[in-house]
Design a protein. Sequence first.
Length: 353
Amino acid sequence: MRIRVENLTKRFGSFAAVDNVSFEVEDGSLVALLGPSGSGKSTLLRILAGLESSDSGSVWFDDEAATDLHARVRGVGFVFQHYALFRHLTVAQNIGFGLSVRGVDKDVIARKVKELLALTGLSGLEERFPSQLSGGQRQRVALARALAPEPKLLLLDEPFGAVDAKVREELRQWLRRLHDEVGVTSIFVTHDQEEAFAVADKVLVFHRGKVEQNGAPMDILDRPETEFVARFVGEVNVFPAKIAGDVASTGALSARISGNVPVGPAHLVIRAYDLKLWREDPGIATVQRVVTFGDRVRVQAEVDGAGPIVAFFPRRSSLLRGIEPGCRAQIEVTTARAYPAAGSSQLPAAIPG
Ligand code: ADP
Ligand code: MG
């Protein structure tokens, strides 16, 4: 099923939690709604599910107006962050629940449950109760339960938010494979950028009830349209800068700008992995800190006349030779973007904070 959302607005009092949002989701695709807490993602998902009404705008399922359809007839499956499994029902009963309340024949349910147990890697656990499962297993049961009635649209709200990092990563790969197998149009909410990029075909970045950018993961990473998106995705350095032609400069640092060049006061945004830094005297900066995180090294330096800058390197990078606190360094920016300085209030903090 294809989803179309047009000029959707939802207010709580005078506050617009969803503010004139429009987008489309292709049939069979997996789309992530990515944004900070409070940006309106869950509200939007609840409107799509029919659990919440909108104040204006419309929702279309294929070419059918769905705005006023009751939740029960929308054919939507929903998975929440907190598994919300029925504690007194077994895994098999949980998965079959949506079918049994619809009065589906017992044998049909049994067959469907068996199929879903296999699909979600839960075979052998059908007689367990939720309390006898790990967090990751419970969330897979929740997903199997949502899939049992064969929804036309699957909505997942921070589905892996309550499980630990390692399991989370397994679940996200599993979700992608499951989606490729089942092919149901799916929208999932997350505030975790890695999760969105690892799993989704398209990512919609939300900010204060609006869609800041809608694109393929690589577009969002490499061509962030707004300063908010650039700062939200990955680790960035931000400097107030002067623009001349397509070059932005701040203190001793200058960088060619990719993409749009703003007019007037600008913010220069450089990803921590989009710059080279090596030992050189005099250079333009003094190295302050060098910290190793597993396979990456974080170098913080003070750029003459511009302030602190952070760069990430692979652990074995030859650029790191001789880099130590107190040494002088040269810097070359490989990719940078710039945005108008106006309208940049309430942005997420950039490194180094
Ligand atoms: P997200 O899922 O992106 O964290 P939500 O959609 O849950 O954001 O919330 C968006 C904003 O709307 C938040 O500021 C939240 O406090 C507000 N909000 C959500 N639901 C209600 C409600 N029922 N009543 C009042 N405010 C709400
Ligand atoms: Mg939410």
